[in-house]
Structure formats: structure tokens, C-alpha cells
Design a binder for this molecule. Structure first.
Ligand code: 4AD
Length: 458
């Protein structure tokens, strides 16, 4: 269907006076005695294009005016009568591509995000989702650019796996066998299943990412990860998009530098390419968002050890719901206090107690902590989980044994420590979490097309 994208109509002086064809959905419409006005949006920009109808030229207009109707409009581009720097179309021909009845759920009023979650097939047509998904697309491209420009190889790690990377047991089982009483033991059941052993959806591409990094030096993965954790919070979904670089010959400070550079690259790209969207989020979701992003891009992130953070939390003049003591897992309230009150900016919290972190993290000489860091940001909390990996075979084996892990499931991973092991590090960034941070949208369900959460699959 030959037509011009609405984004290409705006800001093009040379189009004024020419005839164009545009397509889109009616966002609003207004009828007066001699004229009618339609705001048309085709999704290529947040801005709506005004279609001006002279009722002496087009007489029967009722079908064009209903919200949600899709139209093909041909007409002349003219300067806007109200906004000097904008344009509109004087319609000459209009074709209805798809009618839309009066019970179309997206009527003029502002709907709540909670209501919009019940109509995921339509909420994408609202300004909020138009802006969120353009930012999401720009951020995804920026992530690829960042790594591609720095000699990282993009690898695709398997989504079906036999090992549990995070060891938290929060995996979705993959099976082709339905309900059955035929098996006496789980082993028997697994043996009869598709792969002949227990399989699950991967929580992280890291283990295979390490395999690739030991060949290509610097790699990244960018794909979905799955977590069957039942945490019904504004920050967790069961299926999220995961960016995981893995870098050979890199220790913890090296990977922290890469993570900070990547976040700043993402922010600068969004500031450059999504100015309209950011203005929208600044006005409707987080006052001062643009200023915040500029500040983050221009200043160093904080770095603080877990031990110092615990010290500061213990001294804080605040009554936390969950008790604080060295060795505890930090709760959202603690993370928020550290990034929002103590540091007031993104902070890499480093050197966590080994008991609360994963088996693969490099053990520090103190025997108590690991070379791991989480990046905590004000408003969202953790957006990156990062660590130097344990490259020493004996130490890795002892960490796995102390967690009662089945070593046979990790044969290849362990073997990497025998065949030319090197210091290496990596991290995982949750795409939805960085989208929340750069847009100010507070619920993860509103930055993903179809959120999968416990008890909820549309
Ligand atoms: O801290 P996590 O669990 O780290 C890993 O998976 C490592 N294997 C990563 C690595 O070193 N290659 O998860 C990393 C990030 C979190 O910081 C968070 O941003 C995101 O993944 N994430 C989730 N995002 C949305 N919903 C969930 N349920 C998430 N779980 C983790």
C-alpha cells in the first residue's frame, strides 16, 4: 500500500503544498459546522497528524470519525493553522480500511495502567505504550551497537537446558509427558521424557556464555530468560529479556567499567534519539527524568562494599521492616535506601557474603565474600547482577559441593577450568529494568508486550 509514514510528514518543509497519502488509526475526532478534524496516528511517532476535512469536499464523514477506525487519507500538506512549526493534511480522499465500533475500549478518557493491562492487544495503541516500545527498540539497538563496536561476538545460547545457572531452583520444567501414574520415581519419569533427562527453560545464558568467551574472548547474549519465582512484585516477570556479556581476561573492576559504560551509552542514545518520548515520560511519569538521565550519563557511579552498606544501614535513622545484619540478603527497602538516600545515584555494591550468592563467583581471599557486584539504581533497585567468575578448578568444585550440586550436570562448565582457564567476568542486565529506569514507568508489566507473571498468562 503506497503511503508515507507520518513521522516523515513532520519537519519537512519541502512537502508543503504536495499531495501525500498516509495511513493510520483515528485517535480523536471533532466535528463542526463546515469542517471536521481527525488526529491520525500510525505508530511511527508519538505525534498525531491532523487531518482537516472540508465538509463541502467530503460530505459523508460519519464513518471516518469513530475512534480506532483505520483510514487511508490522501490530501495536501499545509502549514498548521494553530502550531506554526507543524503541518496538517487537507483531505481530498479518505478510505476506511477497517471500521471500529462504539464499544472500542480506548475511548477519549485517560485509562489507568491497571485497566490497560487487561487489554494487552489494544494498550499498545496508547501514547504511553507507543513511547515505551519505541524506547525499548532504541535501547535494544543501542545494546547491540555498544557491544558490536567493541569486538564482542553476539552468541545465541540455548533456551532449553539441563543445568540451573543460578542454583535457585526457580526453573520451568520442559516436558512432553502429560499427567501420568505410570512412573514409580522421578528418575524413571525423566528417563522416559523427550531428552531422557530432566530439562528446563534457562534462567541465564551465562554458563554457555562462558564457554563461548573462552574461545572468542568477548561475547554477549541477548535473549529471553525464564524464572519461575513466585514474587509478585513490580520488578519481576517470569519471562524477561536478558543481556549477558562475558569477558575473558577481565577482573571485577574491568567488568564494572564495561557495565557503567554500557548504561551510559544506553542513556545517551535514548537522550539523542527519543527526545519526544522522554518529554512525554518527564511530563506524565517522572518529573525531572531528563535531568536525572543527563546527570547519570555525566557522572561516575558510586562503588560501595556490601560490608560498608550494612554498616550504613545499621546506623540509619530508619526502622526497616526486615532486620539488617552482616550476611543478610538485602531486601528492596534496603537497596532503595542505599541507592536513593545514601548514594543518590547508581551504585555498584560489591563483595557480597559468599553464602547469599551463586556458586560460580570468584571467592575473595578473605574466605567470606565473593567478587560480585549488583548495580542498584534509584527508583528501580537492582538492574545488573555481575561477578568475576571462579577460574580455579578446586575452589569451584568446593563451592559446588558445599551447595550439594550434581557435578555431572555441569561437566562442560567445570572442564573450562582445566583447559587454559583465565580470569573472566560477566554480568546480566534485565532489559525491562533498564527500560523502567530510563522511562520512569514503575511497573515492569508496563514495559513488556505480554507480561508473564505468576497466575497470569494472557
Ligand atoms: O542477578 P541475576 O540473577 O544474574 C544472573 O542471572 C547472572 N547469571 C548474570 C550474569 O552474570 N551473566 O539476573 C541478572 C539481571 C538482574 O539484575 C535483573 O535486572 C534481571 O536480570 N532479572 C529479572 N528481570 C525481571 N524479572 C525477573 N524475574 C528477573 N530476574 C532477574
Amino acid at each position: 500500500m503506497k503511503h508515507t509514514d507520518i513521522i516523515d510528514i513532520f519537519g519537512k518543509e519541502e512537502l508543503i503544498g504536495t499531495r501525500v497519502t498516509v495511513c493510520g488509526w483515528v485517535r480523536t475526532s471533532r466535528d463542526s459546522k463546515n469542517m471536521a478534524f481527525i488526529e491520525l496516528n500510525d505508530g511511527t511517532t508519538l505525534k498525531h497528524l491532523q487531518i482537516v476535512i472540508d465538509k463541502s469536499v467530503l460530505t459523508d464523514i460519519s464513518d471516518y470519525m469513530k475512534l480506532g477506525t483505520s483510514l487511508k487519507v490522501s490530501g495536501t500538506v499545509v502549514k498548521s493553522a494553530v502550531a506554526a512549526d507543524s503541518v496538517e493534511i487537507n483531505a481530498e480522499e479518505i478510505e476506511v480500511l477497517g471500521e471500529c465500533p462504539a464499544d472500542y475500549p480506548l475511548q477519549k478518557k485517560r485509562h489507568t495502567l491497571e485497566y490497560l493491562r487487561t487489554i494487552p492487544h489494544l494498550r499498545v495503541r496508547t501514547n504511553t505504550f507507543n513511547a515505551v516500545f519505541r524506547v525499548r527498540s532504541v535501547v535494544s539497538a543501542a545494546i547491540h551497537e555498544f557491544f558490536q563496536n567493541r569486538h564482542f561476538v553476539y552468541v545465541h545460547t540455548p533456551l532449553i537446558t539441563a543445568s540451573d545457572c543460578e542454583g535457585a531452583g526457580e526453573m520451568f520444567k520442559v516436558t512432553t509427558i502429560g499427567f501420568s501414574n505410570n512412573y514409580k520415581t522421578e528418575e524413571e519419569y525423566n528417563a522416559d521424557d523427550f531428552f531422557g533427562r530432566r530439562a528446563a527453560l534457562s534462567v541465564s545464558g551465562q554458563l554457555e556464555g562462558e564457554v563461548a568467551a573462552m574461545a572468542f574472548g568477548k561475547i554477549y547474549t541477548f535473549g529471553p530468560s525464564f524464572r519461575a519465582e513466585k514474587s509478585n512484585t513490580p520488578r519481576h516477570v517470569a519471562e524477561f529479556w536478558h543481556v549477558e556479556p562475558e569477558v575473558a581476561f577481565a577482573e571485577l573492576p574491568d567488568i564494572i567499567e564495561i557495565a557503567e559504560d554500557m548504561i551510559k551509552y544506553i542513556i545517551n542514545t535514548v537522550l539523542e534519539k527519543c527526545s519526544e518520548e522522554l518529554k512525554f515520560f518527564d511530563a506524565h511519569f517522572e518529573k525531572g527524568l531528563i535531568e536525572k538521565l543527563k546527570n547519570v550519563a555525566e557522572n561516575d557511579f558510586a562503588v560501595m562494599t556490601y560490608t560498608e552498606a550494612i554498616d550504613r544501614l545499621l546506623k540509619a535513622d530508619v526502622k526497616f521492616q526486615y532486620p539488617v545484619e552482616w550476611g543478610c540478603d538485602l531486601m528492596t527497602e534496603h537497596e532503595k535506601y542505599i541507592s536513593e538516600v545514601i548514594c543518590k545515584k547508581p551504585v555498584f555494591l560489591t563483595d557480597y557474603p559468599k553464602e547469599i550468592k551463586s556458586f560460580y563467583m570468584k571467592q575473595n581471599p578473605d574466605g567470606k565474600t565473593v567478587a560480585a557486584t549488583d548495580l542498584l539504581v534509584p527508583g528501580v533497585g537492582e538492574i545488573i547482577g555481575c561477578s568475576e567468575r571462579e577460574a580455579d578448578l578446586d575452589k569451584l568444585l568446593s563451592a559446588m559441593k558445599s551447595r550439594n550440586m550434581t557435578l555431572e550436570d555441569y561437566e562442560h562448565y567445570i572442564a573450562l577450568r582445566r583447559f587454559g582457564s583465565v580470569p573472566h567476568s560477566g554480568f546480566g542486565l534485565g532489559l525491562e529494568r533498564i527500560i523502567m529506569y530510563v522511562t520512569g514507568v514503575q511497573n515492569i508489566r508496563d514495559v513488556i508486550l505480554y507480561p508473564r507473571t505468576v497466575g497470569n498468562i494472557y
